[in-house]
Design a protein. Structure first.
Lengths: 132, 132
């Protein structure tokens, strides 16, 4: 049976990968209600820790996520969803994926990030409004 | 620059995918030292929340992870590593991936999980010892 092990804040971690590319698009969190609504509707719902509220992915941007498959891990404190991303991207910075910077390996000390697929695919100011 | 945003426990979330299959193998956590050692050595190091200690993946099982690529997300509170998994699997239950159960979509109420690639690829008692 699905018996999620929510943390002290009532959340599980959710890893989101893109069906087409296999890339990790984002890492988000789900509370019981977000998890329930995602399962019931087949669309991604999350819980925003910054806004302290339930959040339907794409509610501002229109960039919804249709869930192709959902899995839960061995100790049920993390879920993995494979999605079809609607629109040009998942990241609030205007990129397809939130993971658009690589960390070079084999270094000690300060590390300079390197862009990977870092081009903006949409204008976040236009999509979310200038106030955000 | 890499400037990880560690949580109140000093951790970032780490998503681990397998280079060969693209599957999510596990979700773990890294503290500053685990992150540093992973970057420096190109092998996966984590912080075990249950044991409260630094943990080199494979130190008990021999099932090490060689990091092919590391990325950091937009707000630097999550990293994604693509790994080559040594040995038969990543999960302490004896499976290749921790995400061996699917959550059927379109349901309300109690949800029965369905196994996916759920066969054990190794015997965890033999690998970790009976006491674990």
């Amino acid at each position: 049976m699905l018996a999620p092990k929510f943390d002290a804040d009532g959340l599980v971690t959710c890893v989101v990968t893109e069906a087409r590319s296999g890339d990790v698009l984002m890492v988000a969190h789900m509370n019981a209600q977000a998890l329930q609504q995602t399962i019931a509707t087949g669309e991604a719902w999350y819980f925003s820790r910054s806004r302290r509220s339930l959040w339907r992915k794409g509610e501002s941007s229109g960039h919804r996520q249709r869930v192709v498959e959902m899995r839960v891990d061995c100790d049920q404190d993390a879920v993995w969803i494979v999605v079809e991303q609607e629109g040009p991207g998942a990241c609030h910075t205007g990129r397809r994926s939130c993971f658009y910077r690589a960390v070079p390996l084999g270094k000690a000390g300060a590390v300079t990030l390197e862009f990977r697929d870092g081009e903006r695919t949409f204008d976040p100011d236009a999509v979310y409004g200038k106030t955000k």
